[in-house]
Design a protein around this ligand. Structure first.
Ligand code: DP6
Length: 360
């Protein structure tokens, strides 16, 4: 499919007003997206686990305006209160998707949104937030075009979410989601995420992700800026190739459940992502001393216990601790005994692989 496949022809229905509510999860990348081209096209393919507990709930209310508005007309409420500071990001999103949702200036919107995790936790809400909003807008479009197939609905939701935030396109469907064209992955696309199309060992159906909140507050460098620094990065070419190779190497791992191989690919990806940040110009570092303490503790414990616990990182100091269902009691005890001490105010979130976004 190409971009033009997402431009609708004239709608058959009219709608004066309506509302819809969607809940979309966050996701954690195993192969990382870091670096993009124009129009939110990823520089390399990525793959992620969809999460369950960390999510955004968004309610969209719409009323037809008497005449088309020159600007987008919307109010934004975050956790029940108006939030002016979020509006520019939403305006940018609406202008990026306008071509694909030509009704946007004909309505006034009230967008009410809230996260299951504290805003200050350092967990990026852009993936779940943009996914939830994209799904609400698709729901509205489906009212105008009731014959729309659900496959197309979800694909276009992922396509729109990507235009809000790249990783958001992996927050629509559950399980393992792949985004970005890869010659060995059938139907993969730079434009939207797809449910991982090959067989997946049952061990990956019930994976745990305990998110250790190491550092609260604003990140030193936004991911948008971080992506930008991959232009002219001395190792960009090698990094993009590495991501493609790691994605391919994960294929047999997903099939046969080889956790030893899974661990080395996933941890290498996390450290490569941070290595890119440390070697860009200007350089920066998002890990904190406690991030490293936790990583070292995980390595020590894994050696001693012969379990399959491992870590991954997003663009921040928090650590995602990944482990299979059959080791959950043992590993969770280890986390409580040894790792929680490194979390800010002892905060952590017990998450796990989930089933994707839901209409409420
Ligand atoms: C490190 O999706 O937040 O989490 O497209 O600029 O919104 P934008 O970036 P974003 O980048 C996520 C980067 C990452 C890796 C990943 O999720 O693949």
């Amino acid at each position: 499919m190409t971009e033009t496949d997402f431009v609708p022809s004239a709608y058959l229905e009219e709608k004066e007003a309506g509302s819809t509510v969607w809940k979309a999860p966050s996701n954690i990348a195993l192969v990382k997206y870091w670096g993009k081209k124009e129009n939110q096209i990823p520089a390399n393919p990525s793959v992620s686990f969809t999460l369950q507990a960390s999510c955004t709930e968004t309610r969209l209310e719409y009323t037809k305006l008497e005449k088309e508005s020159p600007d987008f007309s919307f109010d934004l409420l975050f956790e029940g209160a108006p939030k002016e500071s979020f509006k520019p990001k939403i305006s940018t999103f609406l202008s990026r998707v306008e071509n694909y949702l030509p009704f946007l200036r004909k309505y006034h919107f009230t967008i009410e949104t809230s996260n299951s995790f504290p805003h200050s936790s350092g967990i990026a809400s852009s993936a779940s937030g943009m996914a939830a909003l994209a799904l609400c807008l698709m729901d509205m479009e489906k009212e105008l075009d009731p014959k729309m197939e659900m496959d197309f609905f979800y694909r276009k939701a992922s396509f729109l979410a990507r235009l809000g935030s790249g990783s958001a396109c992996r927050s629509i469907k559950g399980g393992i989601v792949q985004w970005g064209r890869h010659k060995d992955i059938e139907n993969s696309s730079d434009l939207y995420g797809i449910p991982y199309p090959y067989s997946v060992h049952p061990v990956f159906e019930q994976y745990h992700d305990t998110i250790l909140l190491v550092h609260e507050g604003e990140k030193q460098v936004s991911s948008t800026l971080g992506h930008d620094l991959m232009h002219n990065h001395p190792f960009a070419k090698q990094r993009f190739e590495q991501a493609g190779k790691n994605l391919k190497a994960l294929q047999p791992v997903f099939i046969d459940g080889n956790l030893v191989e899974f661990i080395s690919l996933v941890e290498s990806e996390a450290l490569s992502l941070h290595a890119m940040m440390m070697s860009s110009m200007p350089y920066f570092m998002l890990m904190k001393p406690n991030t490293l303490e936790i990583i070292n503790k995980i390595w020590e414990y894994r050696n001693a216990s012969k379990t399959h616990v491992c870590f991954t990182l997003d663009a921040g100091a928090n650590v995602h601790v990944l482990y299979p269902e059959n080791e959950k009691d043992q590993v969770l005890q280890f986390i409580k005994d040894e790792l929680v001490a490194y979390c800010q105010n002892g905060q952590y979130i017990c998450d796990r692989i989930g089933f994707g976004a839901k209409k409420l």
